[in-house]
Design a protein around this ligand. Structure first.
Ligand SMILES: [Fe+2]
Ligand SMILES: [Fe+2]
Length: 323
């Protein structure tokens, strides 16, 4: 059961004790985020040098972030093949990013539809939608500039998310947003300062990291508010659905099978190798650490959800993320 102490605090009763949440005012948060958006927004059409040729010998993402790094398959690749694999994997991540952003845009419009049209919350939800429009076009253009094509997820997932766009379940949706935004953020934060990485990828990553910081804040604060007014049963059920759905979606879609085929590897073998790689598992946990810490705080690792995240490798077996 959730007890509201006052307008600014909620206590969530979890199996490991009470979690006290500080709730922020929705209008005030939105007002601050609108101000940040005015100061720190980019126009990828002019803020990215699309005409610069790729720099020979540079990776397209940090090699450590590759799904096969520190495996026998990686060791067997030439340097050119490793570079090509990072080009393919960054394109896969961009494709997954576009698909996720399209889903998020639906959530944001659903949210805006329901709030007062003269409120800051309305204005911010549309500001974030506009950010995501620019991001998706930027990712698509990046993949095209690489000379590659984007990928859609398999039909089942593609259609499931399309249908889900017409339902409004804000607690589930903002939590799902957090999983993907924190994950992408971690990967891109590693890429943009890395001098071994192509300048185009670094600039695209930098723009995305700066603009996503406010999206993450918005999703986190909204998730807390949603949890505060939810029953414990509904929270736990939503958390378990999220863990089950998102762990599968992220695992299956991060690297498209064609990325492995492009460097002469058997996609099935490469996928199994990545899945059993301790380095890859550590990378997944590292990239998910902030969303897992946020979930721990709001009672989203309570009950079955924790085991599902652990089983899928996003959360260490013995770990309780720091709060
Ligand atoms: Fe984005
Ligand atoms: Fe975002």
């Amino acid at each position: 059961m959730t007890t509201l102490i006052d307008a600014g605090t909620a206590v969530i009763k979890c199996e490991d004790g009470n979690h006290t949440l500080a709730l922020t005012d929705r209008e005030l948060t939105a007002e601050r985020l609108i101000k940040t958006s005015r100061k720190h927004s980019f126009d990828p059409d002019v803020d990215v040098d699309w005409d610069a040729p790729p720099v020979p010998g540079l990776y397209y993402g940090p090699p450590e972030a590759s799904s096969l790094y520190e495996t026998e398959l990686w060791d067997g690749l030439t340097e050119d093949q490793r570079i090509e694999l990072t080009r393919q994997e960054v394109s896969s991540l961009a494709s997954f990013g576009i698909w996720s952003e399209l889903a998020l845009m639906q959530i944001l419009v659903q949210h805006a539809y329901r709030v007062r049209y003269d409120s800051n919350d309305f204005a911010y939800a549309l500001t974030e939608t506009a950010d995501e429009c620019r991001h998706s076009m930027m990712f698509g253009r990046m993949v095209r500039t690489f000379g590659l094509t984007t990928h859609r997820p398999r039909a089942l997932e593609y259609n499931a998310i399309k249908a889900l766009g017409s339902f409004h379940d804000p607690m589930l949706m903002f939590a799902a947003t957090l999983v993907i935004e924190e994950f992408t953020d971690a990967m891109q934060r590693a890429a943009f300062p890395d001098e071994r990485v192509q300048p185009l990828v670094r600039q695209v990553s930098r723009i995305h990291v700066i603009e996503e910081a406010r999206h993450i804040k918005y999703a986190r604060e909204e998730l807390k508010r949603q949890v505060a007014k939810s029953s414990a049963t509904r929270r736990k059920l939503t958390a378990a659905r999220l863990a089950w759905g998102m762990s599968g979606i992220v695992t299956r879609n991060l690297v498209h099978p064609s990325a492995y085929a492009a460097v002469g590897l058997d996609p099935g073998l490469a996928r199994r190798t990545a899945a059993s790689s301790p380095h890859r598992q550590a990378t997944l946990q590292w990239a998910s650490r902030k969303s897992m810490a946020a979930f721990e705080e709001v009672g989203f690792l309570d009950g079955r959800a924790r085991k599902i995240w652990q089983k899928s490798g996003f959360l260490a077996q013995d770990a309780s993320p720091s709060r």
